[in-house]
Write a protein of this length. Sequence first.
Length: 353
Amino acid sequence: MPNRREFITRAATVAAGTLLAGHGLVESEAQVPRREVRVGGKRVKVVDIHSHANFTEIADAVKGTPLEPYGRGGVRPLGPDRIQELDKRGIDIQVLDVNFFWWYEADRALATKIVQVHDEGLSKWCAAHPDRFVAFTSPALQFPDLAAQQTEHAVKELGMRGVAVGGHVSGEPLSMPKYDPFWAKVQELGVMVFMHPNNAENVAKKDAFAGAGDLGNVIGNPLETGLFLTHLIFDGTLDRFPRLKICGAHAGGYLPSYFGRTDVACDVRPNAKCVNKKHPREYLHDQILADSMVFSAEGVRHLVAEMGANQVVYGTDMPYVWPDTVDAILDAEIPDAQKEAVLGGNLVKLLKL
């Protein structure tokens, strides 16, 4: 998880800023027309799988604890500017989660309290805007049994549509058998999982990403996502829970973009020790999904070619500053039916919207 200095620095930067849409900033007081996204002349629904929220109430939950510094910042609180940003981009429904997963460091009692505050904040916002937002819970995975309970409560009692998870818990891959109670509950509930990385601190040595370019984000994040998904394949998690649907943030990291080596590893590497029951490509075409954050029409086309149109979904990483990919999807050299599926059709089905 992020160290406190890094977290607070990043959080303050985002909280102080305004949202970016394309190349222009959106002021909270501004009114913008709602874009209608069309494919082949047909108005289509756009659903965003990848966006984050923060709630100021968390400061009270962690006050006087070792995690108090995490209560001082976060992404900009939800407000009217978020809805205006959706309108400007043509997003009909956005999926919210709470990110960074710093509460994986909390003890059981504190973790319970933190997740409760997050889920209550998400539920309140979604209830106030039911036609525009749904939410994913972010449970305390350091206690897999607790995470299973939190997930069941969030889905059954609060109406959440899925779960957001980090790429590891204190360096442990979530493919370890100890996390199976959580995966079993997710499969039982039939909800989707969205995995979001945090600078690959589980694999990178200190200062490995120092220097220009924000490499912890640009290189570390896709590295962590690719490793997470590959563990689930090779360690047999996806076989133990064959109905899991897991979406990797940032276009699935490096996995679908450099899949050839993964696809043949178990066949040609005598020391691979794979326990997966199916060929790796089969998981990429069924249980693993990726969001559209590759920022080019060719990138979207490649994702669809590697994974299939049913496995690619639209994402923004809002409110963080990244180019939007609606037009990249529209401009991709794929059939209109696939564009409609990627923009929102897949998530309408998966999230039962």
